[in-house]
Ligand binder design. Structure first.
Ligand code: NI
Ligand code: MN
Length: 226
């Protein structure tokens, strides 16, 4: 079956691939834009990009209920391991083959405090190698020139924040598309709250006009076939 990505609002994604459910940055119960609650989601693996509550809030409840393996940086894994979760630590630049595909942690320019104030190490993005191609989740980051290197070798899809204020905004995300040169690009991390309100359709128009990438704007709960 083809790999399917579902946007669960904000930075939360469900990737269903090769029979596994891989959840990214679950933030559902307290997310005003989420299409479902944490209790509605099943996961075999949970990728966590950094410690902020809007990326970690529902990790513990879902991982516990589903016995999911948490994949993140060392510091984020230590924090969840202390709470009794199964974890697999990697770090920036490190790749590892998991049952659903290869996962590499990429740099992200952001911060990473855990919800209780503990330091969460460096924030990360994720580069996944899936049967249909490589998928890059920038997660929370500002624009950086090394995105060109991440795009080298080809990207089937890039998922970029466009919310501004806390991450790249529309202008810089457009530059990111030029550096990454993905086949398709999806915006995320916007419209959850007023400070990150954005017109995603207007951004998609600019992507279409200025790059060869195909922009795809999803509503929370919508799916994309890879
Ligand atoms: Ni953040
Ligand atoms: Mn965030």
């Amino acid at each position: 079956m083809a790999t399917q990505l579902t946007w669960l609002g904000h930075g939360t994604w469900l990737v269903e691939t090769t029979g596994y459910r891989v959840l990214l940055d679950p933030f559902l119960d307290e997310n005003p834009a989420a299409p479902c609650k944490a209790a509605d989601v099943q996961a075999d693996f949970i990728l966590v990009s950094h410690g902020h509550f809007d990326h970690t809030a529902d990790v513990e409840s879902i991982a516990r209920r589903c016995d999911a393996l948490v994949i993140a940086t060392f510091e984020v894994c230590e924090w969840f391991a202390k709470r009794g979760l199964r974890t697999h630590a990697q770090n920036i630049g490190g790749a590892c083959r998991h049952p659903f595909g290869r996962v590499k942690l990429t740099i992200a320019h952001h911060s990473s405090t855990m919800p209780d104030g503990a330091p969460g190490g460096d924030p990360a993005g994720f580069l996944l190698e899936l049967p249909e191609g490589r998928v890059y989740f920038a997660c929370d980051t500002g624009l950086f020139g090394d995105m060109q290197g991440i795009g080298r070798g080809g990207l089937a899809l890039a998922v970029l924040p466009i919310g501004d204020t806390y991450t790249m905004g529309p202008e810089d995300a457009l530059e990111a598309v030029k550096l990454l040169a993905p086949r398709r690009v999806v915006p995320a991390h916007y419209n959850t709250w007023p400070p990150i309100a954005q017109d995603a359709q207007a951004w998609a128009q600019r992507v279409r006009g200025q790059t060869p990438a195909e922009p795809i704007v999803l509503a929370p709960g919508e799916k994309l076939l890879l």
